[in-house]
Design a protein. Structure first.
Length: 363
């Protein structure tokens, strides 16, 4: 029975009502026959997916007798929680996340944008020494926070991956705060958002092995900045991933900028690409493949192109001729094309009948 409760997922339909029912269940022993000293079912919960719109996390009453809303109540009933994926309404300034989420937490992903003081999040990380992945809130600068904090002694070596939201403010953290940071992902396409990435990488990029950046189709002018950032701040970087989209989110290809042929980033061995949308027609995917191959110009030692979005891979199977042409181009350049699971992209042609037997392509 406890294994049924290790992963709890509450989606949109009647989510608030189900959350209330789960609170009652999580506080009980596994069965009515269980001895009174057996732990309640909440102790067996390892993962919570709370995918409920407008989910409230704020306290319902102030100290000294705080009453929490259902989401933090459920977290308090889950002392062995490892993974938390949740929505969050409004902001969490002043909310004691550290008091309601178990220190066993390793993975936290907030699906909504909300604000916290950077010092409050620092306290949260202090109380969660196993935290390896954080999709963090937007931070209010420490200069606007009244309580002092000794940043010189702050370090969170457990953190391996950070997702950077638009204007997140992660550069508020001083050098050495994330000595083992390996993967960084930014979700912002704005110029200001990219500047935040460059600032963050200059501070915390020494141990990065994988970096995820957004870019606009046909726009190559900022690759000089990417080259400078990687060559100066990311000596261990091996994989560079790009999410590509058109201006305004619609496919309306325009004339591309000229390629800056002098840009070279030799340390990158794996080039990752994904389309921000996957419901385009065949002509789009042909253009997508062309852009991906153009990207290899900047990475002379890259021998792998990886389509790291599963939905992209599913969609491109609807256009096998274009996929076949792309794989042939990769083979001619000595490049191996792989999917999101690190498997050969050519394997996805095996179950597709396109009226002819394709010649063998690069594995």
């Amino acid at each position: 029975m406890p294994f049924l409760y290790e992963h709890i997922r509450i989606a949109q339909s009647h989510g608030h009502r189900r959350l209330g029912s789960l609170l009652d269940v999580a506080s009980r022993p596994p069965t009515i026959r269980t001895s009174s000293d057996s732990p309640p079912l909440g102790h067996f919960i390892k993962r919570l997916d709370l995918l409920i719109p407008a989910l409230e996390w704020a306290q319902l009453s102030p100290d000294p007798s705080p009453a929490y809303s259902p989401a933090p109540q459920l977290c308090k009933l889950s002392p062995n929680l490892v993974t938390l994926i949740t929505t969050a309404a409004g902001d969490c300034k002043g909310f004691p996340l550290s008091d309601v989420i178990s220190p066993t937490l390793e993975y936290v992903h907030f699906l909504d944008y909300f604000a916290m003081h950077v010092s409050e999040w620092a306290t949260f990380m202090d109380h969660h020494p196993r935290l390896a992945y954080m999709d963090s809130p937007m931070f209010i600068e420490r200069s606007k926070f009244k309580l002092p904090i000794d940043w010189e002694v702050k370090s969170w070596p457990s953190v391996r991956e950070i997702v950077l939201r638009p204007l997140c403010g992660c550069n508020e953290f001083p050098p050495g705060a994330f000595p083992n940071l390996q993967r960084l992902k930014t979700l912002s396409f704005s110029r200001l958002g990219l500047e935040s990435v460059y600032s963050l990488v200059s501070i915390h990029g020494r141990s990065l092995t994988s970096l995820y950046l957004p870019r606009t189709f046909g726009r190559w002018h900022n690759f000089e900045e990417v080259q400078k950032m990687v060559n100066e701040s990311c000596p261990k970087l091996k994989e560079l991933m790009f999410e590509m989209r058109y201006p305004g989110g619609s496919w309306n290809p325009t004339k591309s900028d000229p390629l800056p042929s002098h840009v070279q980033i030799p340390g990158v061995l794996v080039l990752g690409v994904r389309s921000a949308k996957d419901n385009y027609a065949n002509l789009f995917w042909e253009h997508f493949y062309d852009e991906a191959l153009k990207l290899t110009t900047f990475f002379p030692n890259a021998r792998t192109i990886r389509l790291f979005d599963e939905q992209n891979v599913v969609c491109l199977q609807n256009y096998p001729e274009s996929l076949m042409s792309f794989l042939k181009d990769c083979k001619s350049r000595g490049i191996c094309a792989k999917d999101h699971a690190e498997q050969p992209l050519s394997a996805h042609l095996a179950s597709i009948s396109i009226g002819f037997i394709p010649e063998r392509v690069a594995p």
